[in-house]
Design a protein around this ligand. Structure first.
Ligand code: CMC
Length: 362
């Protein structure tokens, strides 16, 4: 194991945005418990909290929602870029490419206005691209729906139920920020060079794509689809662990107890899908997985992470599997941009050192 060990436990920034307490299983956004915000607040309210440090009053909320809504209609050059990408280009690469082409109105320092504009555009980018690659006619955004309801509307072509909107909203709030995770760090590193907001978000999206970070929920779904039945859970998971493979949706670099986001999402899934046999399979599989992880990886403190129950929410609200990571990004873009603003407000180039362990010239 290299001595740098994935920078585990290294503190590389001070932030007022989110506190992740991995020992107690607690997540706080700017002084508020994240699960409580997820149960009571709208996505746009929590975005305002992260960007400005305060929950909005009614007129500030109206103003922010107007700006997010105005950004929903994509500029023609972004549509042209999406149309030019071959259908085999995966969703995260398409989203990254489109975001990289958005020109911020102000290059440096980054602004909340540009953060709002990009956050407002991202759901349309994802829905538009998804429609195109699946041979459907893209559904233009509806300006009378909320940020979250409109995303579901563009994907499914019909206005979502209140229950589905709330469930997805809770997921998006619970994933909006999470300390110095890999994508946020990547975004802050890019911002620290005084690169612009689109560039920093492009770096963050690149880090988000990988299966050890944002790519996990679709792999959780693949795993549950492969398991297929209650009886198959134990033999399937055991065989995976015997082969030295990881169980998707379990384990976390920071949480050494249950991930509070997983807990909150599980409650929401129970409310939404009580009678669904699929929930029974997911709950049963979770129990078996935790038991087997204890058997195969004793002392490693592996618990269910946010992605496990995120997969269940995304499935229930009918988000297609190929766009799970992009949906996570629609939420996390708020956290990334808040970190970029925070970095810019007190900037110093992030430039660590490496230890040379190669040979020296003879
Ligand atoms: N299944 C089986 N074994 C695991 C798992 C898992 N899901 N996670 C960790 N381990 C084992 C790992 O094999 C290692 O065992 P050993 O000591 O025998 O070598 C030990 O636990 C420590 O693992 P690690 O790789 O040093 O831990 P890490 O902190 O680098 O990894 C992780 C964290 C999330 C990448 C990892 O737990 C994992 O790969 N999980 C599965 C993928 C997943 O669910 N990702 C979503 C993470 S939550 C989303 C987010 O916040 O970004």
């Amino acid at each position: 194991m290299p001595s740098v060990n994935g920078l585990a436990d290294i503190v590389a920034a001070e932030t007022e945005l989110s506190m992740v307490d991995g020992q107690r299983g607690r997540l706080v956004y700017r002084g508020y418990e994240a699960p409580a915000l997820a149960k009571t607040r709208r996505f746009s309210e929590v975005a305002h909290l992260l960007w400005t440090g305060r929950l909005p009053d009614p007129s500030e909320l109206r103003e922010l929602e107007t700006q997010l809504t105005e950004a929903r209609t994509l500029p023609p050059e972004i549509v042209a870029i999406l149309d030019a990408l071959p259908p085999e280009v995966d969703m995260m690469s398409a989203l990254r490419t489109a975001v990289s082409a958005i020109r911020p109105r102000q290059i440096w320092p980054p602004t909340i206005e540009d953060a709002t504009r990009i956050a407002g555009m991202m759901p349309t980018i994802v829905a538009y691209r998804h429609a195109k690659v699946t041979g459907q006619t893209p559904v233009p955004p509806r300006l009378d729906l909320s940020h979250v309801a409109n995303y579901l509307y563009m994907l499914n072509g019909r206005a979502p139920s209140e229950a589905h909107t709330r469930a997805l909203e809770a997921y998006l709030i619970l994933t909006i920020d999470h300390g110095l995770n890999a994508s946020t760090f990547a975004g802050r590193v890019a911002a620290s060079t005084q690169s612009d907001l689109s560039a920093a978000l492009t770096a963050a999206l690149a880090a988000m794509k990988g299966p050890l970070h944002g790519g996990a929920p679709s792999l959780v779904m693949d795993m549950l689809d492969e398991i297929g039945s209650r009886e198959n859970a134990a033999p399937f998971l055991r065989a995976k662990l015997e082969r030295g493979e990881r169980l998707m949706g379990f384990g976390h670099r920071v949480y050494k107890t249950r991930d509070p986001r997983a807990e909150a999402l599980r409650d929401i899934v129970i409310e939404l899908t009580q009678a669904d046999p699929w929930f029974d399979l997911a709950a049963h599989t979770e129990t078996i997985a935790l038991r087997l992880l204890e058997e195969y990886k004793p002392g490693r403190e592996l618990y269910t992470n946010v992605e496990y129950w995120a997969a269940a929410i995304l499935r229930t609200v009918e988000i297609p599997k190929p766009i799970y990571t992009a949906t996570f990004s629609i939420s996390r873009v708020v956290g990334w941009s808040a970190h970029v603003l925070e970095q810019a407000a007190n900037n110093r180039l992030i430039r660590p050192q490496s230890t040379y362990v190669g040979p020296l010239p003879a």
